[in-house]
Ligand binder design. Sequence first.
Ligand SMILES: Nc1ncnc2c1ncn2[C@@H]1O[C@H](COP(=O)(O)OP(=O)(O)OP(=O)(O)O)[C@@H](O)[C@H]1O
Ligand SMILES: [Mg+2]
Length: 384
Amino acid sequence: MIINPKILVVDDEPRFCHSMKTLLSSQDYEVKTCFNGSDALQFLTEETFDLVLLDIFMEDMDGFQVIENKIDRKIDTPVIIMTGRSSADTAVKALRMGAIEYLKKPFETREMFSSVKNILNQRALEKERKAAESQSVQRRKLESLGRMAGSIAHHFNNQLSAVMGNLEIALEDLPVDAGYRRNLFQAMMAAHKATSVSRQMLQYLGHTSGRFMPTDLSESCRKTLALFQTAIPRGMKLSVDFPDFGPVIHADPIQIQQVLTHLITNAWESISDTRGDIALSITVVSHEDIPSRCIPIDWQPRDIAHACLEVSDTGCGIPAKDIDKLFDPFFTTKFMGRGLGLSVAMGIVKAHSGCITVDSEPGSGSVFRIYLPVTGGVDFAETF
Ligand SMILES: Nc1ncnc2c1ncn2[C@@H]1O[C@H](COP(=O)(O)OP(=O)(O)OP(=O)(O)O)[C@@H](O)[C@H]1O
Ligand SMILES: [Mg+2]
């Protein structure tokens, strides 16, 4: 359904336009009027209308010319033709030119309302159909891009294994003081880095198999934290609020640790000076409490409790224009960034049937939340 549809009434008789506006506005339509063809075209070019009620015989430019010009300008607003001086030929000509319906003046209000309503309903259905079609084209495109990226990453991985294997043999056989040992070593490092990009691409695409098992989320996260606690700068505070046990999720603990590592690293990097807070928490929430604006966009929670791992920081925050791009592979705003941390995190979370949400504003820090289904399809009420 179109909310408050917008209708343009075009007739060289101002009183007729006025009464049409009063009638249509009473049905919650937003109505604009104009008294000649050139004004009508200007309105249609500058604004989007859902329907035009168009008089045929007007002085400067008749209704036929308006329709013709409208088509030339690729404006697809449907038209209902209205005229008093009607003949069957006029009606047929208008319909042939693209008008959707024909009203003969004087018409009954009921008849006019019913035509307007029918056409608006058809337009709403058409809009929905087009939106669904464009979504499905978009999905197919993404799937095929994903397949292509996956096969390139696999191919690269195989070739890089051969490169690294041969470099290793060469390095082993080379005298310790050989001049070009350093060059081979650097080639080896570069190959390692390239492998890590291919591996992360495969993770983003969900092409890696995990070792899934019942996993205590708090325990897994505590293990990751041990690495950070010693490295974090003095002025930066890392606070943690995890339950002693659980929640238990069906997960690959290594991959979950990877997700947390990417989130904490980003939080850390977002704090430009060495002063700032990073707070981590784990809670259990009902599926109804998971925001609908999440990644993947078509994710639907199962009707069970979900673990929520939250990482918030008091860092630089994220501009609105970047929020939709955060999880795209290779999107980065950092000089040395690769733009893979969040896309890998998203691939892992997706493989765990979960989702990610982001709340952030420039200057106000960021909050990333990971939602993962609690093991065993436990009903929310049973977890407390
Ligand atoms: N906590 C955060 N605060 C501010 N910006 C963030 C935060 N997390 C992510 N971003 C933004 O999202 C972008 C993508 O993050 P992502 O982790 O995918 O890549 P990266 O950190 O740039 O590079 P890397 O591959 O090394 O992780 C970042 O460059 C940054 O602009
Ligand atoms: Mg990162």
